[in-house]
Design a protein around this ligand. Structure first.
Ligand SMILES: Nc1ncnc2c1ncn2[C@@H]1O[C@H](COP(=O)(O)OP(=O)(O)OP(=O)(O)O)[C@@H](O)[C@H]1O
Length: 273
């Protein structure tokens, strides 16, 4: 999906009207199939950007187009249809606790299938093999029939990502997908997600706090601070000085030059609790 943001501004619906907009005058273009990581300190406006792209939040200024369509000029029915082409994976996936993992993963297809099919699939799930394959890509095949409330936080987060793989979305928005994952799992999850996006041709926008992983996995890095664009560069050009500016007043993440990025850590042995 092609995306164009023109002087885009947005604020959280609960923000005080006197508070500065969370996102201020952002210009950005993404071609179909591009992958970007959005980095920046807490409160920079990363989640707000994803919500604007997901058409979950209406811009307070400027505008955006998705494949040349302005979502807020469409009828509500057409906007809903457009939302069916997008997938937003929030930081904490909204998984009903008593649901089986298989049902939670298959719910990734919901915007694409009709209401009748959706209701029927709650009782007679179809596509179990697809769910199994998506879970296997995140090392979770053994959890297919587990209950969601019996999973660890990191496992839930990976179920949320497996869900994206079934969405057939043309734009996938992932909000800090690694917060509950150990280093080996985080690396594996990003490798899986970016490979899937390349194979399916989906545009991928991920917000990440782990800067070294963002630099390692994404061909384009967007730095946001206080709602404004600080840089939009390939990873090789994101210097420690730029990161220092981006994270001023916070400890800048330590990153090695790209050609010295260490090999991903070996898989860790997980102990049963
Ligand atoms: N629930 C809320 N109520 C009021 N204002 C909010 C709320 N959530 C966010 N904001 C405002 O929007 C700004 C941007 O928040 P946003 O969540 O987009 O930042 P972020 O870069 O995703 O931060 P983080 O990395 O901590 O998730 C915040 O600084 C705050 O001013």
């Amino acid at each position: 999906m092609n995306i164009e943001l023109k002087s885009l501004s947005g604020r959280h619906p609960a923000a005080a009207s006197s508070a500065p907009a969370a996102l201020q005058g952002l210009d950005l273009r993404l071609a179909a199939g591009e992958q970007i990581a959005v980095i920046g300190p807490s409160g920079a406006g990363k989640t707000t950007l994803l919500h604007l792209l997901a058409c979950a939040l209406q811009p307070s200024g400027g505008g955006l187009t998705l494949d040349a369509r302005d979502p807020w000029r469409l009828s509500s029915r057409d906007r809903q249809r457009l939302r069916g082409e997008l997938f937003l994976a929030p930081q904490v996936p909204p998984l009903p606790p008593r649901q089986r993992v298989v049902t939670a993963v298959l719910a990734g297809r919901l915007p694409r299938i009709g209401l009748w099919h959706a209701l029927r699939s709650l009782f007679y799930p179809t596509g179990i093999a697809q769910a199994d394959a998506a879970l296997a890509r995140f090392d979770l095949a053994d959890k297919l029939f587990a209950r969601v409330d019996r999973l660890s936080g990191g496992e839930r987060q990976r179920v949320g990502l497996a869900r994206a793989l079934l969405s057939q979305a043309r734009l996938v928005l992932v909000d800090e997908p690694l917060s509950a994952l150990d280093p080996a799992r985080a690396h594996q999850a990003l490798a899986t997600l970016t490979q899937w996006a390349r194979d399916s041709g989906a545009t991928l926008v991920a917000t990440l706090h782990d800067v070294p992983l963002a630099l390692q996995h994404f061909p384009r890095i967007v730095g946001l601070r206080e709602g404004r664009l600080v840089f939009d560069l390939p990873p090789g050009q994101v210097t420690p000085a730029l990161l220092g500016e981006l994270y001023a007043h916070e400890p800048a993440p330590a990153v090695a030059p790209l050609d010295e990025v260490p090999a991903p850590p070996r898989a860790v042995v997980m102990h049963c609790r």
